[in-house]
Design a protein around this ligand. Sequence first.
Ligand code: NDP
Length: 289
Amino acid sequence: MELIDGNQIAATLIAELKADIATIAGRKPCLALVRVGEDPASVSYVRKKEKTAEEIGVTSRIILPPIDISQEELFKLIDSLNADAGVDGILVQSPLPKHIDEVAVFRRVAPEKDVDGFNTINLGKVAQEDDTGFVACTPAGIMELLARSGVDLKGKHVVVLGRSLIVGKPIALLALQKRAGANGTVTICHSGTANLPALTRQADVLVAAIGRPEFVTADMVKPGAVVIDVGINRVPDATKKTGYRLTGDVHFPSVAPLTSKITPVPGGVGPMTVAMLMKNTVKAYRLRR
Ligand code: NDP
């Protein structure tokens, strides 16, 4: 079993981006990060994004609207960022408060500044295999992890657990693309799937993105499979200072010995998500010049 080290691969990518940004004369790429409310996971994700941006020379602008901001006011804020020539990328941190239609907010972000890749146009471009768009950061990060770990999906059965717009659907579309590194045969499973373990056991590459701690157990995995664990779940743990521990969607201790390669949680897919956000921001900057 080989551990796919997301920290190390992300660090390589970050170093490449830093070197690239250092060659830019004048105004540097600028990323606007919008966080509504004080959800603890969102606070920590936005802080990490801000820190990475600073590290590589991307300017970040943090906007913290109050939790009771109305949908209309949030739209106005996004419109002003869309129109701001000094802003290249816009990220609205998910989840948003319940009174706001999250998908409508994603649609409001101008496609050319949608570095999160959730806008309808950018999701459509993934389906059309049009590289002028932005691919959502987590699925883009998974493809990068696979490529940099020498995993070619051609001829492989890729089983994706989860069909969210943020992870499941776009990773399935990317794995399916007719291009080098992809060309997989894809099955997507969800809460309506019958006999899920029979499907996951067929996977050469299993991507778990369902948000259920340690859901995937050894009996659900084919020996020799590559397992990508996207889940980030906070499980109560009184022995930790924080009162919780982070765990993935895969029961790592029993599954890892069976696999040929596996991502850990933390330190697998998570760091790649931030790195791909930076990559998308630099891409947005260059496309707008
Ligand atoms: P969602 O809750 O949006 O989607 C979960 C999906 O899993 C749904 O399609 C749901 O099915 C399916 N599902 C849930 N329970 C079951 C079950 N028992 N059997 C089969 N399918 C099931 O989650 P996300 O895609 O946003 O996130 C998934 C996980 O990945 C979470 O732990 C999240 O924290 C993590 N994540 C990690 C990121 C990273 O950077 N590493 C980034 C984004 C997310 P249905 O559609 O039928 O409801």
